[in-house]
Each structure stands twice: as structure tokens, then as C-alpha cells.
Design a protein around this ligand. Structure first.
Ligand SMILES: NC(=O)c1ccc[n+]([C@@H]2O[C@H](COP(=O)([O-])OP(=O)(O)OC[C@H]3O[C@@H](n4cnc5c(N)ncnc54)[C@H](OP(=O)(O)O)[C@@H]3O)[C@@H](O)[C@H]2O)c1
Length: 303
């Protein structure tokens, strides 16, 4: 593997980020009067405008555990969004419904993702290298399992080169915003996740985050705590920075909550050009978060 990148591990990075206001359908007021021919024509044109004001969003890693929730939520909010997904295989495409808006591509092969990215307004990156457990591990014998990354799918290739390919392709089509989901732990080079399969996964993720922050594209970097497959919308979400939440008892979050934060980041100005650590209080403590504008307003860090 190539020598490890020098990655900024502090909040000292300030990129030059232009954050324009995204127009959403909610800003359009439909005419409530009964339709005459003229009004009907006017109403038609308002609907046509509304159609053109929907935000086309591509979710990559759409077959993954968080990505498929984001894709589903976008489809459910079809008044505001035109959803697209990028998956790696026909099998993943079928898993999320097999619709025509699901593209097949490999983020490590830049050309293969161009059709999915063409014409989008926003990109949500939920791709990640996935460590595999080496065969032969027997939990009854104690010890720890060992992990490896498949050929062509290690963190340098997926979490750095693959994310970079997506950012470059999105920039080339003039995308208005990129939401990138990463992981807490990146400030610690000795974090145990870095030794998984000798992949240095957090280092490569951090390098891609830095590349995005420096890209000039409005961005939101969400560094999630330990992900859980639990119901969303029932916990108070917590914002942190510089992995401070890892020193507390609240360092996990439901994938469904991460998915919701990704979508809220697309529509709330206060989320733009910011990086945040994200976790939640345990269910039953605190007040479930519903005001995402206030949540994003708490974020003070750009990286
Ligand atoms: N697990 C945790 O506790 C944890 C904690 C904090 C943050 N995170 C981060 O949160 C994010 C979401 O995690 P998750 O567990 O929901 O993800 P996941 O289920 O592991 O999904 C990752 C997705 O990336 C796709 N992918 C990998 N290589 C690709 C390539 N070359 N081209 C196209 N797609 C590719 C995979 O496609 P296939 O389906 O084809 O394999 C998969 O769908 C990740 O960045 C993860 O590192 C995880």
C-alpha cells in the first residue's frame, strides 16, 4: 500500500465554500382559486415549475444499510426530491426495488458512475469499504476474529479514490451540495478501526472528507457514531466535534436517524459547509429531535 496520507486531524481547515440557497417546492405557493381556462393554464405552469424545482439527489451505496434508508426516504418525499440510487450489482439493485432510477456502477471506476451523476443537483455519499471476516474463526475458542478487504475494495481504493471520483464527477456537473457520511474516530490514528485488515479506513475516509471540504462545493460531513439498526425519530440527537462524544456514554446512533439527518442537510441552509459528529441519547432519555435547523445551528466546525 502507498504511504499514508497526511491528514489534518484538527478543526483548523477552512475551505472557501460557496453556499447558495437551494429552491424547494415548499417555497412555491399554488393558486387556491377555482380554475378558469387562464387559471388552469397558470396552475399548469406552476406545477411545471414545481416539477423543475424538485431536487434530484443521487445516493451512492444505495444498497447499503444506511444508503437504502436514504433512498427510500427520498422516494417517499417525491414532492421535493427526485431520487436516484447507485449500487454495485444487479443483486443490490433488485434488493432496493429494481427501479429505473437505480444505476449500477463501481465508484473506483470513474467512468462507470458518470451516467448516475449526470443531471443531479445533490449527492449523498454512503459508500464505504466493508471489511470481511477471515474464515475459520470459532467464537467458542475465544480470541478475536481477523478481517481483510477484498482485492480492489480496500479503504484506500473505496474510501479515498472512490469518494474522490464521486466528488470530481459531481463537481464536473455543477452539483449544488454533497453530503458525505463518515465515521467518528478519525482524530486518532491509533483507533482500532484503522487496524482492521490493515486498512487504515479512518485515515482514508478523513482524506476524502478533507478533499470535499476543499472542493468549493457546499458540503455537509456527518461523522456518525456506532451505527445501529433501530427505529429512527425516537431519540434526541447529539452533535459533537473532534471525537469528543467518543469520551462519553452516548456514542451510537440509529442508521435511520443518520439517514434523516442526511436528507435534512439537503434542505437546511445551516447544514452547509459544516462537519459534525453525530450520536444520540438512549431512547427514553431526552426529547426526540424534530427541529433540525436548531440542530445544525449548533455545529460550529467546518471540518
Ligand atoms: N458500522 C458502523 O458502526 C459505522 C459507524 C460509523 C460510521 N459508519 C459509516 O457509515 C457509513 C454507512 O455505513 P453502513 O453500515 O450503512 O454501510 P454499508 O451497509 O457497509 O454499505 C456500504 C455500501 O458501499 C457500497 N460500496 C462499497 N464499495 C463500492 C464500490 N466500489 N462501488 C460502489 N459501491 C460500493 C456497498 O455496496 P455492496 O452492497 O455492493 O457491497 C454498500 O452498499 C459508512 O461510511 C460507514 O463506514 C459506520
Amino acid at each position: 500500500m502507498a504511504s499514508l496520507p497526511r491528514v489534518l486531524l484538527s478543526t483548523s481547515s477552512f475551505s472557501h465554500c460557496y453556499c447558495p440557497q437551494l429552491t424547494t417546492i415548499s417555497s412555491l405557493k399554488l393558486n387556491p382559486q377555482p380554475p378558469t381556462t387562464t387559471r388552469r393554464r397558470r396552475r399548469f405552469s406552476v406545477f411545471a415549475m414545481a416539477e423543475s424545482n424538485r431536487t434530484t439527489v443521487l445516493v451512492t451505496g444505495a444498497g447499503g444499510r444506511t444508503g437504502q434508508i436514504v433512498y427510500k426516504k427520498l422516494k417517499e418525499r417525491s414532492g421535493e426530491y427526485i431520487a436516484r440510487g447507485l449500487v454495485r450489482s444487479e443483486e443490490s439493485k433488485e434488493k432496493i426495488g429494481g427501479a429505473d432510477d437505480v444505476f449500477i456502477g463501481d465508484i473506483t471506476k470513474a467512468d462507470s458512475i458518470v451516467p448516475a451523476i449526470e443531471g443531479i443537483d445533490a449527492l449523498v455519499i454512503l459508500t464505504s469499504a466493508v471489511p470481511k471476516m477471515k474464515p475459520g474463526f470459532d467464537p467458542s475458542k475465544g480470541g478475536r476474529p481477523e478481517f481483510y478487504f477484498e482485492e480492489g475494495a480496500n479503504p484506500e481504493q473505496v474510501d479515498w479514490e472512490g469518494q474522490k471520483n464521486q466528488i470530481d464527477a459531481a463537481k464536473a456537473v455543477g452539483v449544488k451540495q454533497i453530503v458525505l457520511v463518515g465515521s467518528m474516530g478519525g482524530t486518532d490514528i491509533n483507533h482500532p478501526l484503522n487496524s482492521l485488515g490493515n486498512g487504515n479506513i479512518l485515515v482514508w475516509k478523513r482524506k476524502a472528507e478533507q478533499y470535499l471540504a476543499d472542493s468549493g462545493i457546499p458540503y455537509t460531513i456527518i461523522r456518525a457514531g456506532g451505527l445501529q439498526d433501530k427505529e429512527g425519530g425516537v431519540r434526541e440527537l447529539l452533535i459533537g466535534k473532534d471525537d469528543e462524544l467518543l469520551q462519553t456514554e452516548t456514542r451510537t446512533i440509529a442508521r435511520a436517524d443518520v439517514a434523516e439527518v442526511c436528507i435534512q442537510a439537503l434542505q437546511i441552509e445551516e447544514a452547509k459547509c459544516k462537519a459534525l459528529d453525530l450520536a444520540s441519547k438512549p431512547e427514553g432519555t431526552g426529547t426526540p429531535t424534530t427541529d433540525f435547523k436548531t440542530l445544525f445551528s449548533q455545529v460550529t466546525t467546518r471540518f
